[in-house]
Design a protein around this ligand. Structure first.
Ligand SMILES: [Zn+2]
Length: 391
């Protein structure tokens, strides 16, 4: 079994599905594996058609089933000191090395290798395979995928997002919004700045105000289950100007907000929008053509499934995790499934501490543990009980 998983994982790694590339090659590869078990899948294309998510239901679609979720994209390898070829799939010392081994082609390989078993087992309860694109650049593919899922099947009773958690059950994480502000002022000679409108000054004023908002979130306090235990607001980039003797006409600033579960990102964004509107008015006092344009770069909701919810207890049993369900610092697509009304947990093989880095790897033992979770799930899918979630 582990040989089959490792072989599929190496093949997945060898398809360079970096978020900047089209992912249609890896989707085609997955379709072929599904087709070999007579499972048909449906593509959910990106708006430009360059990418697609994939949705496949195994078992009776009219009953509440289980979603197994993974993303097909990986982060780039540029600037990293790899000692193995990152897109080859190298097996060494009971480990598979390569980009995506942990995040999260390992889980994908485990699920794909289990398709024949799932097909045989899913007689009473269906399993939905939901594979997205562009997770790594802000969960861009998942919203359409979740919509397509909810339109095509009975509302699922459970979703497991197989991001690397060392097979611990993760019930909560923060949500995120990232935006770019482009400040447009008026250029002019630096000797006569009073006739120009300095875009960098304006961007710096906004950055300073955002820092004030961030401090207020710290003061609000929060939940010690998170590190840090409060909503964070941070400026990640600030660019503007080209030379010292010219008043800069343009500046860009990118910021992100990572919200605690229960904290409304909309309320913070509304305050930031007010701040931006005031700053825009101030700029227009001296340059009527001035503007500040705000664009959303990415956004996904947080996850906050109850520690004692039936879904949490069930996934703990499936994963053989005897410790209390935990939280993670990184974001996932889980919040999107939860927002659609599906009880959702994050649980998968590998350690995110190894993700996104050089020489990313996953152990055979980790893949085997995830495979055992899918086997326990398969037993449930065959059970005709109406109350399989609570058993
Ligand atoms: Zn991931």
């Amino acid at each position: 079994m582990i040989e089959k998983i490792a072989q599929i994982l190496c093949e997945l790694i060898s398809i360079e599905s970096i978020s900047s590339n089209s992912n249609l090659d890896i989707i085609e590869y997955i379709e072929q594996i599904l087709a070999s078990s007579d499972v048909t899948a449906c593509r959910v294309p990106s708006p430009d058609g360059r990418k697609a998510s994939l949705l496949a239901t195994i078992g009776p679609a009219d009953r509440a089933g289980v979603v197994l979720s993974a993303h097909t994209d990986v982060v780039p390898v540029e600037g990293q000191a790899w000692t193995v070829p990152p897109f080859a799939g190298v097996i060494r010392d009971q480990r598979v090395y390569g980009r995506g081994a942990t995040d999260m082609k390992g889980f994908l390989a485990v699920v794909l290798s289990a398709v024949p078993r799932l097909k045989a087992a899913a007689q009473a309860v269906p399993v939905h395979l939901a594979f997205s694109y562009d997770e790594e650049i802000g969960c861009r593919g998942a919203p359409d995928l979740v919509r397509a899922l909810m339109q095509s099947v009975a509302p699922p009773a459970l979703a497991i997002v197989g991001e690397p958690t060392t097979m611990r059950v993760v019930r909560a994480h923060k949500g995120k919004v990232a935006r770019r502000l482009t400040v447009i002022g008026r250029t002019g000679h630096s000797a006569m700045p009073h006739r120009a409108t300095n875009a960098v000054d304006s961007a710096v004023a906004i950055a300073h105000a955002l820092r004030g908002f961030a401090d207020r979130e710290v003061a609000r306090g929060g939940d010690a289950a998170f590190d840090p235990p409060f909503t964070t607001i941070h400026v990640g980039s600030l660019h503007g100007g080209s030379m010292v003797n010219l008043v800069p006409e343009r500046a860009t600033l990118e910021y992100e907000i990572r919200t605690m579960p229960g904290r409304d990102a909309g309320e913070i964004l509304a305050r930031i929008d007010e701040l931006v509107a005031r700053e825009r008015d101030r700029l227009r006092d001296s340059a009527p053509e001035a503007d500040i344009i705000s664009e959303e770069l990415s956004a996904y909701p947080g996850l906050d499934t109850g520690a004692d919810a039936p879904a949490t207890r069930l996934v703990a049993r499936l994963a053989s995790d005897t410790q209390p369900a935990t939280t993670v610092a990184f974001g996932t697509e889980a919040g999107l499934y939860a927002e659609a009304g599906i009880p959702t947990l994050v649980c998968g093989p590998g350690d995110m501490a190894r993700g996104h880095k050089a020489d990313e790897w996953i152990g055979f033992d980790e893949l085997a543990a995830a495979s055992a979770m899918i086997d326990r799930l398969a037993v449930l899918l065959g059970r005709p009980s109406a109350d399989w979630m609570r058993e």
